[in-house]
Design a protein around this ligand. Structure first.
Ligand code: F6R
Length: 260
């Protein structure tokens, strides 16, 4: 697990560098796309590079992490619409190249199993972009989630619903109670995980993620078992890291040739 502490725009640039290098080496790459506010700087930077002709998503595919259950298809906060708005419609993904869990599926269990199979059929996720919740969730794997979980239905915690009320006019009652999410084992199957977190509200979750015991109570800690994780944090989100000085000096001494 590599931890990089830097300003948010620098972090977005580093993640975009990794994606640009991946797409140059493998134009058919499979990207794992997160919603929420954390990756927005990355998506803006990818759009800038796309518009500058530096990269293309024309042959790439994408899978989103999660979806609210029951939001109408045209709801602006359904993650399908959010990801279209924030990245897919702004670059040259082919129609249908980005999929997400179906929050309106009549048969949720079958639909989630099909989603898992689609990721496998695509060859697996090459690079997964992640945020982290203030309660330590990744995807919508809330505390108590099985570390071996696959895509399934989950119930959001009140903390997450409160955190996300800002997207629903500040009204927690408008935030759905249920979601479909890739499981922790699904996320662990990605070949490279790039997690970005900013702001002091994430500092406790980042401390547990990097320095805590692996536990379902802090689901992101499962990533300590992943061989290739880049944790990108601003100084506020790094505010509770005991090893912050070590991470800063390690990154400062990093060989130039070594990307994320
Ligand atoms: C979003 C997702 C969530 C968010 C997390 C942080 O697809 O899976 O885990 O990454 O809730 O949300 P933000 O980035 O809005 O703080």
């Amino acid at each position: 697990m590599e931890v990089v502490i830097a300003a948010p725009d620098e972090l977005a640039g580093l993640a975009a560098d990794a994606i640009e290098q991946l797409l140059a080496a493998k134009p058919t790459a499979v990207l794992g796309l997160a919603t929420g506010s954390s990756p927005l700087g990355i998506y803006d930077e990818l759009v800038r590079r796309y518009e500058a002709g530096r990269l293309s998503f024309a042959q790439a595919r994408g899978f989103t992490l999660d979806e609210y259950v029951g939001l109408p298809a045209d709801h602006p906060e359904s993650y399908r619409n959010v990801i279209d708005r924030e990245i897919v419609s702004r670059v040259d993904f082919a129609p249908g190249a980005v999929r997400g869990p179906d929050g309106l599926a009549a048969d949720v269990v079958t639909s989630c199993a099909e989603y898992e199979a689609a990721i496998v059929a695509a060859g697996g996720v090459d690079l997964q972009i992640l945020g982290i919740g203030s309660d330590g969730h990744i995807g919508f794997n809330e505390p108590g989630s099985s570390l071996a979980s696959r895509t399934r239905i989950k119930t959001l915690t009140e903390q997450t619903r409160g955190d996300n009320a800002r997207f629903f006019g500040g009204d927690i009652d408008l935030v759905p109670r249920h979601c479909l999410t890739q499981g922790l084992a699904t996320i662990m199957s990605a070949r490279h995980v790039v997690l970005i977190a900013t702001g002091y509200a994430k500092a406790e979750a980042v401390h547990h993620l990097v320095e805590g015991s692996v536990s379902a109570m802090w689901p992101g800690t499962v990533l300590q078992h992943h061989p290739h994780v880049s944790v990108l944090v601003d100084p506020a989100a790094a505010g509770r890291l005991q090893l912050a000085d070590y991470f800063r000096s390690t990154y400062a001494a990093k060989p130039e040739w070594q990307g994320l």
